[in-house]
Design a protein around this ligand. Sequence first.
Ligand code: NAD
Length: 254
Amino acid sequence: PNFPADRTVVLTGAASERGIGRSTADKLASLGWSVAIVDIDADAARTAASAIESARGIRAIGVGADVSDKASVDAAIGEIEATMPPIVGLVNLAGISSPTEFMSETVEAWDRVFAINMRGSFLVSQRVLGGMIDRKLGRIVSISSVSAQRGGGTYSKVAYSASKAAIIGFTRALAREMGEHNITVNAVAPGPIDTDIMGGTLTDERKSEMSADILMGRVGTRDDVAALISFLLSADAGYITAATYDINGGLQVS
Ligand code: NAD
């Protein structure tokens, strides 16, 4: 199977320079996708898009938006639809983690984690799906976490773990509704990946402590995860849906 030569992938949360999304955007650009980066950090989104555009010779756009806010999402996707090739792919990466222990958790902090990690995936998916359904073609990948399966254990605690477990149910139920439209919906569940999301706590010492439990003996890289997401976005992956892929060096069995 082939995809249209002119097609766009939207990646939320892909502006952060050392993040999984940035690496995934670059990988997808190298595979011929036009790239739209949607991030709360508008300047970083534009900088990332222009770096990818000049490195890969494809079209890229960076748009500022808060994925937890419907009006903001509608405006961002509207701008992308008006200026870029049709949206065939969506990667829901925008997320925050939270190291707050349960007995110190507040309603505000709890809701914020869910608003970004879960409501954001709902809002952006719903907004892009209209066009995908019309064109009868789409690929959606959302980012869960090994924390959803093991109950944290790396950095983040209950709110994050619960929000990332919600992504798995979201993925399966949405896949059920979208199969008839030739749209696949999947999740990936990374183990600890060396990015900035852990707020500078992922020191070399912490990495080697974590590595003791990982069969492959190391924490993951953003490129490890980018490769998996890119495959799930590909034309070849059209028979994979409602799946959640572990990518954690074997941590799920240790
Ligand atoms: P990161 O902090 O580098 O990237 C997160 C991005 O989301 C940032 O660019 C940030 O600006 C953006 N963002 C935050 N709030 C937003 C909002 N309201 N609207 C739009 N954008 C917003 O982190 P990362 O490690 O690359 O994380 C990417 C995804 O992978 C997250 O969903 C994260 O939970 C998940 N994940 C990460 C790990 C890990 O160990 N790094 C493991 C499992 C899952």
